[in-house]
Write a protein that binds this ligand. Structure first.
Ligand SMILES: [Zn+2]
Length: 375
């Protein structure tokens, strides 16, 4: 019988990693608290926190209140020991973000900047990101790297953006992009990045499908720290499911795709191109906007029901539209429930927790996770 051998070294490393992750999750915590929570002996915990203190990854912040006996030392993660940048690239904007090891956003900026083919674009974005980091006051050597999110197929095996209809990209090697930046780069799809921020940041254990409703529609399947990528990194590309045979033209050159009915543009194009203006007009009772909203919700509920029938998991609505859905979520749940074959109440549908810069944050969090997993 084959048995996986786990060496003492591996156990030690695993313990240290668990302890460090636990401290990162807490404001302040003591060695006895960690010992109790992780079911590790107090000497093991004390030895590990001593090492983490020596490395500068955690610090002592005084003493915790005691209910009797000696007061325990309070320990906390040094959140800015290292930082990560996130960059979300879309057709007309870039979003830049700086996060610390606890995943807290230190600085965020979204600005209009149109994508164009060629390396000049990436050189310019790199300069903007350098200026953004400098403005934050963060020391350059603390930056672990940049997570870059693209609205397209990001093939980690081939090391290229194989396809982005939105940006008119075919086969863009990662190195053509990373060569323009002065930090290590990690690439991921925008919906995957949004799902990652949603999952990691909110400690999701159950699987969920993240439906990204931005100027393009995408999706990602997340479970316990992992993204389902698919054979060719196309898992979750629900924006190109057919919802109306031979329906409205999609930017992918097919017809009747979900994207043609449920992109954020479908709503914002009816006003001054700002989604907030659409929802403000809707609140004021604009008839034309109300009709468009009814149609939008109809196709959205079809898509949600179809995805849920395949995956049987929660559906998180993210992206620009998902972030504005708070007041409308019950209505969408009801519409989904009416389509549901198993009389489910629709509570498996919810609006995303992370409303601003989710893709840029998810991209930064990937870099942070790569660091934390080797502590
Ligand atoms: Zn399409």
């Amino acid at each position: 019988m084959e048995k996986t051998k786990i060496t003492n070294m591996e156990v030690k490393k695993k313990n240290r990693n668990h302890i460090y992750r636990y401290i990162c999750k807490c404001e302040t915590v003591s060695n006895p608290d960690i010992s109790y929570a992780l079911k590790l002996s107090l000497p093991t915990v004390t030895q590990n926190t001593k090492e983490l203190l020596e490395l500068g990854l955690i610090r002592e912040t005084g003493e915790l209140q005691s209910t009797g006996g000696r007061r325990a030392k309070a320990l906390a993660a040094v959140a800015d020991y290292r930082l990560a940048a996130g960059l979300d690239i879309t057709q007309n904007h870039i979003s830049m973000l700086l996060a610390n090891l606890k995943g807290q956003i230190l600085k965020y900026e979204r600005r209009a900047y149109s994508y164009r083919l060629g390396q000049d674009y990436f050189w310019e974005v790199s300069q903007k990101l350098e200026a953004f980091i400098a403005e934050s006051g963060a020391e350059r050597e603390r930056i672990l790297g940049i997570g870059i999110s693209f609205p397209g197929i990001v093939d980690l095996k081939k090391g290229e953006i194989t396809n982005s209809h939105a940006l008119d990209i075919t086969a863009l090697p990662f190195e053509d992009v990373s060569g323009c930046f002065g930090y290590p780069c990690y690439f991921l799809n925008d919906a995957n990045a949004g799902a990652y921020a949603e999952g990691i940041h909110f400690q999701e254990k159950e699987p969920f499908f993240y439906l990204s409703l931005s100027n393009t529609v995408g999706g990602a399947l997340y479970q316990d720290g992992h993204l389902m990528q698919g054979k060719d990194f196309r898992c979750g590309e629900v924006g190109h499911m057919t919802v109306v045979p031979d329906g409205l033209p999609c930017y992918c050159k097919k017809a009747g795709c979900l994207d043609a009915y449920c992109s954020a543009k479908r709503l914002s194009d009816l006003t001054d191109k700002k989604l907030e203006s659409f929802f403000a007009g809707l609140e004021k009772g604009d008839k034309e906007l109300a009709n468009a909203w009814e149609e939008y919700k109809k196709y959205l509920s079809i898509a949600i029901n179809n995805i849920h029938m395949v995956l049987d998991c929660d559906i998180v609505l993210g992206g620009y539209v998902g972030s504005c859905l708070g007041p409308y979520i019950e209505e969408i749940q009801r519409m989904v429930s009416e389509r549901n074959t198993f009389s489910e109440d629709g509570s498996f549908v919810r609006s995303c927790n992370h409303k601003v810069g989710a893709a840029a944050l998810g991209a930064a969090l990937q870099i942070i996770e790569l660091f934390i997993e080797q502590v």
